[in-house]
Design a protein around this ligand. Structure first.
Ligand code: UP5
Ligand code: MG
Length: 196
């Protein structure tokens, strides 16, 4: 079975991870956060990319896709090897720029089907406030004002055009992510129930 993919996009702190956690409680999807995979790789003692990833994340810049795509591909393959029924994936926080999209297309385009993009739409102000609030306890090196400015900038300059591109192909399902977690999830459910 070819893996079925939903890309989950939205600004920093829009609630991608939160909503993906709720989705996997209710649907047979596997959640793969590109950011979580990169953070895990950063912490792996013999990683040759640890320092590079650490710098990119703190600067709110997008890591070269060769690194990210290998982590994603490996995680997908491992999931499907363990359980062949797990062929539906939520890929959270990817693709974030043109380089990511090209990397996906060259490595994964024929191996997986992208069903649609789930887009959590939220104002920059709400995004920043959520991340600053989380930053009080998250330990994330990028949940501070300086990094957040850069993350928002990168999101607007590099990620929005990717969402727009999918939009022009009729592949974007947009949710107003500025509301409470449960209200957002009610909309997410309606989309997933409809898409099957
Ligand atoms: N919260 C969530 N939903 C809420 C709601 N409806 N109402 C009120 N509060 C809500 O949520 C963020 C915070 O808000 C939490 O405290 C939550 O409780 C609360 P979360 O669900 O974590 O939001 P999410 O959108 O997942 O935010 P995240 O910070 O993870 O988004 P980013 O996209 O910035 O982070 P990510 O981990 O994807 O990427 C980090 C960095 O990794 C990037 O900046 C980049 O440097 C690098 N990266 C790459 O280079 N390439 C990639 O492909 C991916 C990442
Ligand atoms: Mg996240």
């Amino acid at each position: 079975m070819k893996p079925q993919v939903v890309f989950v996009l939205g600004g920093p702190g829009a609630g991608k991870g939160t909503q993906c956690s709720k989705i996997i409680e209710n649907y047979t999807y596997t959640h793969l956060s590109a950011g979580d995979l990169l953070r895990a790789e950063r912490e792996r003692p013999d990683s040759e990319y640890g320092q590079l990833i650490a710098n990119y994340i703190k600067e709110g810049k997008i890591v070269p896709v060769t690194i990210t795509i290998n982590l994603l591909k490996q995680a997908m393959e491992e999931t499907m090897k363990k359980d062949e029924k797990k062929f539906r994936f939520l890929i959270d926080g990817f693709p974030r720029n043109e380089d990511n999209l090209q990397g996906w297309n060259s490595v994964m385009d024929e191996k997986a089907d992208v069903k649609f993009v789930l887009f959590f739409d939220c104002s920059n102000e709400v995004c920043i406030n959520r991340c600053l609030e989380r930053g009080k306890s998250s330990g994330r090196t990028d949940d501070n004002r300086e990094s957040l400015q850069k993350r928002i900038q990168t999101y607007l300059q590099s990620t929005r055009p990717i969402i727009d591109l999918y939009q022009s192909q009729g592949k974007v399902r947009t949710v107003d992510a500025s509301r409470g977690v449960d209200e957002v999830f009610a909309d997410v459910k309606a989309i997933l129930d409809k898409e099957g």
